[in-house]
Design a protein around this ligand. Structure first.
Ligand code: DQA
Length: 149
């Protein structure tokens, strides 16, 4: 099974951003933990980060063509306003799990709303790197339970 983890805008700066919200792990550390989990789960995992909204949309389109079976996305600030990313996610037929390192509901009001929330299968927020790891487990679990087309 192929899975994909998508990291959005500013997430390449993990490790240099506010540690109170995002901890001290770098994006490379997070991706290494995700790859170890992928090995444990027996799946093939690709991780992708971009600061360009169009590049993220195109990576999601590519996932459709590659028949990716499970997606985890932390869209960063795009979560709160990007209808372009929302519409791209809505094209995917596989389970998509939205994740956030910080507890977005305990922060500024603009972070409380996600334009992705109703086009994803579920959300994991506020658990640091565990948000990603639990998100990947959930995506793979849901994909394994999905009836084969
Ligand atoms: C974030 C939360 C977003 O509100 C913020 O814009 C980010 C990171 C998180 O992982 O907690 O860049 O998605």
């Amino acid at each position: 099974m192929k899975a994909l983890v998508l990291h959005g805008v500013n997430l390449n700066m993990f490790g240099k951003r506010d540690a109170a919200h995002y901890g001290t792990l770098t994006l490379a550390d997070i991706d290494a933990k995700l790859q170890s989990l992928a090995e444990e789960l027996g799946i093939e995992l690709a991780c992708f980060q971009t600061n360009a909204e169009g590049a993220m949309v195109e990576r999601i389109h590519q996932a459709v063509d590659e028949h990716v079976e499970g997606v985890v996305i932390n869209a960063g600030a795009w979560t709160h306003y990007s209808y372009a990313i929302r519409d791209a996610i809505a094209i995917l037929r596989c389970p998509v799990i939205e994740v956030h390192m910080s507890n977005v509901h305990a922060r500024e009001a603009f972070r409380h709303h996600s334009v992705l929330s109703d086009v994803v299968k579920g959300q994991v927020v506020g658990l640091g790197v565990n948000s990603y790891l639990l998100g990947l487990r959930a995506a793979v679990d849901a994909a394994r339970q999905a009836p084969k087309a």
